[in-house]
Write a protein that binds this ligand. Structure first.
Ligand code: ZN
Length: 603
């Protein structure tokens, strides 16, 4: 479900002597423009090269394609690092706002700043790739088993198992994957902070928070504000889930207090949709089964993608180019290994034309029907900003790309399916609470999780949390925000954050929290533009040209302007607004409040 992120954002290596050179003459504004122009061209060429290598690697997994892809990635990272360092020369030079923004983009494009000291730089690089690889190789070894399970296997079993003993064993076995990373992570934090300080940031966390067109502190405060807005809805969902899980699991789930983290159908308790069958309201049947309908109609992979394209055409977007259909991967090949995880790509040929594609092993299921719409959201975003200079060919901030894909998916309503002729009639409103509950278990349950990953890392990078309390601080945040606790006592011998990919993978996480808030704000604004007067969750913008126009106005800006301007284009608001989630789930909240009446709330 991810847009492909190029290694551009992976690592900053400061190479060569940093301070020993003779003072250079003070650069001029013209020098800055020349530097930016050359940097853009160089980065574009290397990005195209790395994208092509990455595409081939994901479509033909062999040792050689992996080596070639890694090589192209390293080349791009090295160039970006050099340019980020060079960009520092122009600090304080009076340049145009566009040039200033491009310099800032170059300076902020990486997630890890390595120290200038070559030995330390090599060490932090080794630690970063070592932890990433350790996670990738990670296997959950169950008691008595010889072989370990991959994460996919573990997660599949956690999704369907209702046996607390098995769930506990799976949970513990996977969390053991993090333990050996503990010392490496502590060293990694020290070194990456050194690099961030050399670039003028207080620490790595502050560097990450600097990417949002506002001060790092202001950004942190914004995230707190959004959380406070959505918290009552989350607490209501938590209270209801706890009651139902207690009916199923008895005293293993307390009547009040936090929920044991292994009983929510997901390794990190970040998505609760897998326990929907335990929580479903009576008579909540959706009234139709989209998977069955697609199967019966023998909808093939291209047909699935055609539905997605049709959605965007109905909004006024041009059809996908012929190259999309020729170059995308839609089905799992029989004769070779590919990365089937769905992704959207823009290989933008060096001539500047965008070359958008998806790579996905499509099955005729309701889930893939949604995913196709989501991935094409990325592609249409990429095509809309293709006319921007290369450094602005990205979403307004890193939360926007995922939010757009999800916004489109929110328009997959029964009404839309009826317009496509996939169902004969819209189901009666009786099933709406079931639909909303299912969606809340995905979207609302995620919110505190999306927030806390970087709450933890910000504190770690800032030195507020030290290695002596890594795990305790992690669970303190899990308890505070999610209201979950580990199924058994944990200690500082464990390193539970390491069992979540984005920590060893050093991928900032707040973007996912942002995306979960923004998508509802986008959906509400577009539904209003489309003149929808129904409850928000029943609104689809399918077929509405005005909504399409508003959407396109924002998409084509890319990241050329501060994100509040992009947000304003689409929504008329300059601030992120979590009230749209509350609007969307208002009928569910009302229903939950009735169900929860008289029960202890919160933890
Ligand atoms: Zn995505």
């Amino acid at each position: 479900m991810k847009r492909v992120t190029l290694p551009l954002c992976a690592l900053l290596l400061l190479t060569g002597p940093a301070r020993a050179q003779a003072p250079a003459p003070r650069p001029t504004a013209d020098d800055a423009v020349r530097f930016v122009d050359a940097a853009e061209k160089r980065l574009l060429d290397l990005t195209v090269e790395a994208s092509r290598a990455g595409w081939v690697q994901a479509n033909f997994i062999t040792q050689d394609t992996e080596a070639l892809s890694a090589l192209a990635g390293e080349r791009l990272i090295k160039a970006t690092a050099e340019l980020a360092k060079e960009a520092e020369r122009f600090r304080g030079v009076a340049v145009s706002p566009e040039t200033a923004r491009k310099l800032e983009k170059i300076r902020l494009s990486l997630d890890l700043a390595a120290p200038a000291d070559p030995a330390k730089s090599a060490e932090v690089t080794r630690l970063a790739s070592g932890m990433d690889a350790a996670y990738g190789r990670g296997r959950a070894v169950l008691p008595g088993a010889k072989d370990g399970l991959t994460f996919e296997d573990v997660n599949r079993r956690m999704a369907s198992s209702r046996d607390p003993k098995e769930l506990l064993a799976l949970w513990k076995a996977w969390h053991a994957v993090g333990t050996p990373m503990r010392a490496d992570y502590a060293r990694f934090v020290t070194l990456s902070n050194e690099g961030a300080k050399e670039l003028g940031f207080a620490d790595t966390g502050a560097m990450w928070r600097s990417k949002y067109d506002m001060s790092p502190d202001a950004f942190a405060q914004e995230m707190d504000r959004l959380w406070e807005e959505v918290k009552p809805l989350y607490v209501a969902l938590h209270t209801y889930a706890r009651t139902k899980l207690r009916e199923k699991y008895g005293d293993a789930v307390p009547a009040s207090g936090p929920i044991p983290a292994h009983l929510l159908g997901n390794m990190w308790a970040q998505d609760w949709t897998n326990v929907y069958p335990l929580l479903a309201p009576k008579a909540a049947d959706a009234g139709y089964d989209l998977t069955k309908i697609l199967e019966t109609r023998k909808t093939d992979a291209r047909g699935m993608v055609k539905y997605g394209e049709g959605f965007f055409i109905s909004l006024g977007f041009a059809p996908l180019p012929a190259t999309f259909w020729e170059r995308s991967l839609f089905t799992r090949p029989r004769d070779r290994d590919v990365v089937c995880h769905a992704s959207a790509w823009d290989l933008e040929d060096a001539g500047g034309a965008s070359d958008i594609r998806i790579k996905m092993c499509i099955e005729p299921t309701a889930e893939d029907f949604v995913t196709v719409h989501h991935e094409l959201g990325h592609n249409f975003y990429q095509r809309a900003y293709a006319q921007q200079p290369p450094l602005f060919r990205e979403s307004a901030n890193d939360g926007f790309h995922e939010a757009i894909g999800d916004t489109i998916a929110l328009s997959i309503t029964p009404k839309y399916l009826k317009q496509l002729g996939l169902i004969a009639a819209e189901p009666p409103p009786a099933g709406d609470i079931g639909f909303l509950l299912d969606r809340a278990l995905e979207k609302v349950a995620f919110l505190p999780f999306g927030l806390l990953i970087d709450q933890w890392r910000w504190k770690v990078f800032a030195g507020e949390v030290t290695p002596a309390t890594y795990n305790a601080a992690w669970w303190e945040l899990k308890r505070k925000y999610q209201g979950v606790v580990p199924p058994e006592a944990r200690s500082e011998a464990d390193f539970d954050p390491g069992a979540k990919y984005h920590v060893p993978g050093n991928t900032p996480y707040m973007r996912y929290f942002l995306a979960h808030v923004l998508q509802f704000q986008f959906h509400r604004a577009l539904a209003q533009a489309a003149g929808c007067t129904e409850p928000l969750y029943r609104c689809s913008i399918y077929g509405n040209k005005e909504a399409g126009r508003r959407l396109n106005e924002m998409l084509q800006m890319g990241s050329s302007r501060p994100w509040p301007e992009a947000l304003e284009k689409l929504t008329g608001q300059r601030k992120i607004d979590a009230t749209a989630i509350l609007d969307y789930f208002a009928p569910l909240k009302k229903w939950l409040d009735v169900e929860n009446a008289g029960k202890p709330s919160g933890w």
